[in-house]
Write a protein that binds this ligand. Structure first.
Ligand code: ATP
Ligand code: ZN
Length: 295
């Protein structure tokens, strides 16, 4: 592609799209959508957005129709294992949302005692490559029946004995007399890119976007924590603070026994953490959100 604007493919609507739009928004990007709603333009950086079905995203990125994309690892890995592209799209980074699990589910009547039970059985799935890879790892030979949707009805229709499907609450499986018995694949949203080098203009935009995405991801759980503490307790507190670099220690006006401690914690700060800090002698503890962060 010769165009100067970087093209990103994201899911039009569904379980990936909300997180994808939110990520771009947190990167300070606003998207103005065209009339057909399949195409959008970012105002702040030279980026165009293509809104697609998630299943089409890896191929669009591999074929150079888009430069980058956001897709579920399950769909990306399924496409990669199917080897439909000579130069498949490449993973750039994990994005930490749209987490889900591909699980093997069997009729509730089965007492499942390991993958070998599946020998010679028929398994319905929308992820044949991931399912076959798992079966191979488990040393089982079974028949994989590929279905585009409504996989969970396959056992009732006698199309298959078991299924391999994305499970969230398990309610759909339960309603169809099935129960999850084994974990096949764990997935989250990925940022992917075309395997070829970008033009220097696009590379620049890509790097700018990447810096912003990394900033959003690292600041997601990060908090700015402030407290007062006895001077002697400062080393123990600094040691305890979750995911923090060396904290800033400040003198308190009119109190030479105590200091103020300020730190950026990169990991979640829970109520338990605050209790523990209190036990170490901290008082007036404040936990503040961090909006943006850049290394
Ligand atoms: P499309 O119309 O784009 O083809 P779809 O119906 O195939 O959409 P969705 O249900 O929107 O797909 O799921 C998209 C992706 O979101 C999945 O491939 C998976 O990576 C992830 N996902 C699926 N189920 C969940 C869930 N319960 N929670 C979080 N993420 C999920
Ligand atoms: Zn889909």
């Amino acid at each position: 592609m010769s165009e100067k604007r970087l093209r990103i493919a994201i899911q039009k609507s569904g379980r990936l799209s909300e997180g994808s739009f939110e990520l771009l928004k947190k990167c300070g990007l606003t998207i103005s959508r065209g009339k057909d709603k399949l195409f959008g333009r970012v105002r702040e950086l030279p980026i165009d957005v293509l809104l697609l079905r998630d299943d089409d995203i890896p191929a669009f990125v591999a074929d150079d129709a888009c430069d980058i994309g956001i897709v579920g690892e399950n769909v990306f890995e399924e496409e990669r294992l199917s080897e439909t592209h000579e130069a498949p799209a490449k993973e750039v980074m994990r994005l930490g949302f749209a987490r889900c699990q591909l699980k093997l589910a069997a009729p509730k009547g089965w007492t499942f005692d390991g993958a070998l039970m599946l020998e010679g059985k028929r398994i319905a799935t929308s992820y044949p490559a991931l399912t076959k890879a798992w079966l191979a790892r488990e040393g089982v030979s079974a028949h994989v029946v590929t279905m585009k949707g409504s996989v969970e009805v396959a056992p009732r229709l006698k199309i298959a004995d078991a299924v391999c499907d994305i499970v969230s609450t398990g309610a759909t499986l339960d309603a169809n007399g099935l129960a999850p018995v084994a974990m096949v694949f764990e997935s989250e949203a990925l940022l992917i890119r075309n395997a070829n080098a970008f033009t220097s203009e696009k590379q620049e935009v890509f790097e700018a976007l990447l810096t912003r995405i990394k900033g959003v991801i690292t600041s997601r759980d990060a908090k700015y924590v402030m407290m007062n503490a006895p001077r002697a307790a400062a080393p123990a507190i600094a040691e305890y603070l979750p995911g923090a670099d060396a904290p800033t220690i400040l003198e308190l006006a009119g109190d030479s026994d105590k200091v103020a401690i300020h730190a950026v914690c990169r990991e979640s700060v829970f109520w338990d953490t605050l209790e523990e800090l209190k036990k170490l002698g901290a008082s007036a503890i404040l936990v503040l959100p961090i909006e943006k962060m850049m290394a």
